[in-house]
Design a protein around this ligand. Structure first.
Ligand SMILES: Nc1ccn([C@@H]2O[C@H](COP(=O)(O)OP(=O)(O)OP(=O)(O)O)[C@@H](O)[C@H]2O)c(=O)n1
Ligand SMILES: C[C@](O)(CO)[C@H](O)COP(=O)(O)O
Length: 230
């Protein structure tokens, strides 16, 4: 059996509705370059990553300019114009598009284009921790705030026990065959680990970093720039 390789798959076919920008948020300028360019550069520079695939919408009008302005990505990044109606669909479409280029037991690291604060050391930490794992896993952060469940009037209905709660991040790392099968079978999951859990498996939680947060709402932009300028 070949030594398993590690591939990055970046779902980048969203529109950033919650952010409310005039362009898809993954193309917003952060610290001098598009948000997606930070992510692609981090993975392209990671020596353990064999290749990077980025999934964009079929009518994406931005990726060509991004790639043209980033010669360091040439040969390391392949653009897949297979975005779907949901993140799950974009990821599954991407997996099916690369089936001739990866082996069943190769590892796929799925990472949101909206998490530009990812570092090479976080990638290394995830791969080192999970490399021999039978299931795979994800970066995540233990919850440190007290959590409240609100009612329809924004009144506290319940304080949620936070011990053992984690906030999922990405990359989420699973072997190609397991991940593809899980996503085909899953109904409307919001992350890859959720699909794998539906198979009755328990992905490993690997501590991530606050800088690897997802840029989702308008106030996230300044925070992301702060981390990227560190
Ligand atoms: N149909 C979709 C929806 C989302 N994504 C990607 O999944 C990641 C995380 O999704 P999210 O933060 O929700 O991005 P958007 O869907 O763009 O944001 P919103 O929900 O606010 O529209 C992003 O990199 C986004 O581009 C995708 O590839 N295909
Ligand atoms: C995959 C993820 O980033 C883990 O927290 C999250 O589920 C993505 O959710 P979104 O609504 O697609 O941003």
């Amino acid at each position: 059996m070949n030594t398993p390789r590690y591939f990055a798959l970046i779902p980048a076919a969203g529109v950033g509705t919650r952010l409310g920008a005039t362009i898809p948020k993954q193309y917003m300028q952060l610290a001098g370059q598009p948000m997606l360019a930070h992510v692609l550069t981090t993975f392209a520079a990671a020596s353990l990553i064999s290749h990077v695939f980025v999934v964009v919408s079929a009518d994406d009008g931005y990726i060509a300019d991004l790639m043209a302005a980033a010669p360091h990505l040439q040969g390391r990044v392949t653009v897949l114009f297979h975005g779907g109606a949901s993140r799950q669909e974009s990821v599954l479409n991407g997996l099916q598009a690369i089936r001739q280029q990866v082996d069943e037991e190769d590892w796929i690291l799925v990472h949101d284009a909206a998490r530009p604060g990812l570092t090479q050391s976080l990638i290394q930490h995830l791969i080192t921790t999970l490399g021999g794992d039978l299931v795979g896993g994800l970066l995540a952060l233990p919850v440190v705030d007290t959590l409240k469940r609100g009612d329809q009037n924004a009144r506290v209905a319940q304080t949620v026990e936070r011990a053992a709660l984690w906030a999922a991040q990405t990359p989420q790392m699973f072997r190609y065959s397991l991940l593809t099968r899980a996503l085909i079978l899953a109904d409307a999951v919001t992350d890859e680990a959720g699909a794998v859990e539906l198979l009755g498996l328990q992905p490993r939680l690997v501590e991530g970093s606050p800088r690897n947060f997802k840029v989702t709402l308008p106030h996230d932009v300044a925070l992301a720039e702060m981390f990227l300028k560190e």
